[in-house]
Design a protein around this ligand. Sequence first.
Ligand code: SAH
Length: 480
Amino acid sequence: MTVYLVGAGPGDPGLMTLRGAEVLAKADVVIHDRLADPRVLAMAPASALLIDVGKSPGGPVRQDEINDLLVSEGASEAVVVRLKGGDPFVFGRGGEEAEALARAGVGFEVVPGITSAIAVPAYAGIPVTHRGAATSFTVVTGHSRHAVDRDTDWEALAVAGGTIVVLMGVAHRAQIAERLMLGGLDASTPVAAVRWGTRPEQTTVRVRLDQLGQTPLDPPATIVVGAVAGLDFSWFERKPLFGRRVVVTRARAQASRVTKRLEDLGARVFEVPTIAIEDPGDGGAALDLVSKAIGGYDWVAFTSANAVEAVMARIPDARSLAGVKVAAVGDATAEALASYRIVADLVPVRRDAESLVDEWPQGSGRVLFPRAAAGRDILERGLGAKGWLVEVVEAYRTVHPEPEAADRRRVRQADAVLFSSSSSVDGFVQCFGASGAPSCVVCIGPVTAATARSAGMQVTGVARSASVDSMLDALLDTLA
Ligand code: SAH
């Protein structure tokens, strides 16, 4: 088949190209480097085989071995994506890989990427060219002793006068600075070194050229030398939650929306799975039965998006809900229904089970209540008292997975945790203990907050209305 040499961009998954995401989404095999961002790798199908050629017991895999791997995988039926940081042909050895594939007669395509040479300075608020400051920019490697000592004419670069962007230059930064100054660059020339650019852990160090050698710096960093490095149109590092580490504890499928919003605010988000959604104890047999006969109910009451998904997955025909009224507690639940073009007839103003009971009409008839195995029984009792016959059916089960060591570490280092339900509090406590909570604990509503308090946590923020937006406002308030 075809081997796609894909540029993944410098880290921020939003900087992956549409074409790159498209081929990644159909990949059978993804061969990637050490710096590949997990959020980019997540664009590949779950079934894809991920091969990390940046990490192996004896150090990184040798380039000739990578070439052989590309040729052998490319000769199979599989769709092979060779994922490289930034642009594949900018110091990515993509050229050598294309050459090897061409020589072996394996078809390939190149998907250019956004190079860190331009994007990383941009995320630090530095334009690589700027009227009056730089009319050109040079991208140069500082990788090997050889390149620094002999291959690159640093003095000529100094004379040329534009912006100098050094990739892989951390180790030899002292010699590089020395050579540039020998070439005539002023000792006071501004330098910006940006580490982990475009990622939530981005840091920018600004120094003079003559200080670069003594400045502590770790890879991976992009070093910008020249007048533009003195500009500071900083925006990324100024986001309200920039660099803050926030733990989100939701079942995987649901967390992504909150995560996206947090990342837009600049936060470093750790999705810690403390809850997994599984089929009910009976494998879903009871839910199957009631879902097939759903037209016989007067109302269906949904109190979670999980319940909506579980029921909708089992309904044979959307029209079987034609005469059935639907109630939804909480924004996420109503949105889950809306995604099936079902507008809830009743969404209580205060979005908890108590207000649903308050606002529910008096009457008689059958109410289906699909819900988690364990839950509060406010709805059954409340609606029962109003004359309704409530049939509870188990729609899903929440289980608490044993946390991995990496997750334990992330939770220990976090600045904040968000709880979007009482069960997410329970899940967190089961996995990490109440004392494992970070200093900032934000809950989606008073019920969740009460659960967190009774577990022994100090709640620092509660959303005013039970919505993701409001929860994020509460987080901003507490962290500010
Ligand atoms: N093909 C890549 C460059 C590969 S060389 C591209 O076009 O971006 C790897 C070097 O790129 C690193 O040593 C570092 O200098 C730079 N780099 C890559 N990602 C970076 C990041 N997120 N932040 C800062 N520098 C980065």
